[in-house]
Design a protein around this ligand. Structure first.
Ligand code: ADP
Ligand code: NA
Length: 353
């Protein structure tokens, strides 16, 4: 059987923010004790929107690695590495370029958002990005992928790729005897499959943290306004300034979650408070319902500073002298290769190379 295995990653594109932390990294921590866990710094993805200046990619890779460790990802419990050091990602992505259909990729909303108006000038890599993401996951035959809500569509594509591969090569997989029984029998899948049909893990109060300046846009590294996000490197002053300036409406906080409907900014700030404190939104409203933002915002600032300051300090310590991080990444790449190499060997056999 395919063993339960978690894979996830963050791009090293600078400005790691509260959305990345609450929507992804913080949720990985408890999984380390439940399953085999692999966490990647996806540097091959970071060049899809343009090549960073020399040195920037390495610095950003170290910074994301530092954030993982500072957030509680333990190199003794998890494999931590960067994508470019394990060649199987790129190789499998090429094979998946030939599995995925143009029509599937054309429907990806993130490409439309990131390419903007000038699609003709977007890199082919930006268009094919979801195939690389599928390769990241399936090179480890990972069964579970904890990510934010923005990655839902890409994960569906990963499932489609796994399914098409399992179907198209059903005979070879069976003949070579390298399949596993399909754990969730369905008429769409053969009895013996090679790639698991990965389960997304998208749940909790923080799957989509919104911009502090616009409650309809997600908090993102690429937002030109620094006031739109809380960066993990922000100090206490920056955090409280940004929360103070966060866009809100003039109403008091409601006492029931229903009252957050059609109030995206209020919903977002309450969601952030909930995620940081480990409470539900309803519990937060139980405490703050009826109060004005002028009372709620300072409480939120204090909580954010309390939670983030120790992490920021640890990140600084780790990036000041990168020896430790570089050693962790090197060992991680060796461990990751040990899993991905045999998978690619199988895949080459299945395809017939
Ligand atoms: P970004 O979207 O900021 O460029 P990445 O693409 O590297 O970041 O995403 C890394 C992880 O962080 C993914 O799991 C993604 O779903 C999650 N994530 C990114 N932005 C948010 C957000 N605003 N809210 C919740 N999760 C997010
Ligand atoms: Na993203």
């Amino acid at each position: 059987a395919i063993q339960p295995r978690v894979f996830s990653g963050v791009q090293p594109t600078g400005n790691l923010h509260l959305g990345n932390y609450l929507g992804a990294v913080s949720r990985w921590v408890p999984l380390q004790d439940q399953m085999e866990t692999i966490f990647c710094v996806v540097d091959l993805h970071a060049i899809t929107a343009g090549f960073p200046a020399p040195g920037e990619l390495k610095a950003a890779t170290r910074e994301v690695t530092a954030a993982y460790i500072a957030a509680g990802i333990d190199p003794k419990k998890s494999i931590i590495f960067n994508q470019s050091q394990v060649r199987e990602h790129a190789e499998l992505a090429w094979l998946f370029n030939c599995v995925a259909r143009m029509g599937w990729l054309s429907r990806m909303t993130q490409f439309k958002e990131k390419a903007g108006k000038n699609k003709e000038n977007a890199s082919v890599g930006l268009f094919a990005y979801p195939n690389l993401m599928a390769a990241d996951i399936l090179a480890y035959r990972a069964t579970h992928v904890p990510v934010g809500d923005d990655q839902k569509q890409h994960l569906e594509l990963t499932r489609d790729i796994a399914q098409k591969f399992n179907n198209d090569f059903a005979n070879q997989i069976k003949e070579l005897g390298i399949g596993v029984p399909n754990p969730t029998p369905s008429p769409e899948l053969p009895e013996q499959i090679y790639f698991p049909v990965t389960e997304p893990m998208i749940a909790g109060p923080a799957t989509r943290i919104m911009s502090l300046r616009d409650g309809t846009k997600k908090m993102s590294k690429s937002d030109p306004s620094d006031l739109s996000r809380i960066n993990l490197k922000d100090d206490a002053d920056a955090i409280s300034k940004k929360i103070k300036k966060a866009k809100t409406d003039p109403e008091a906080l409601p006492s029931e979650v229903d009252g957050l409907k059609d109030r995206p900014e209020a919903d977002n700030l309450v969601g952030i408070y909930a995620a940081l404190s480990g409470k539900t939104k309803q519990e937060v409203l139980g405490e703050f319902g009826g109060q004005q933002f002028s009372a709620f915002k300072p409480a939120l600032s204090d909580l954010a500073v309390e939670k983030l300051a120790p992490m920021t300090g640890e990140m600084r310590r780790l990036t000041d002298d990168p020896t430790e991080i570089d050693a962790i990444l090197k060992i991680g790449a060796e461990k990751a290769s040990a899993i991905a190499e045999p998978v690619l060997k199988d895949v080459r056999k299945i395809i017939g190379f």
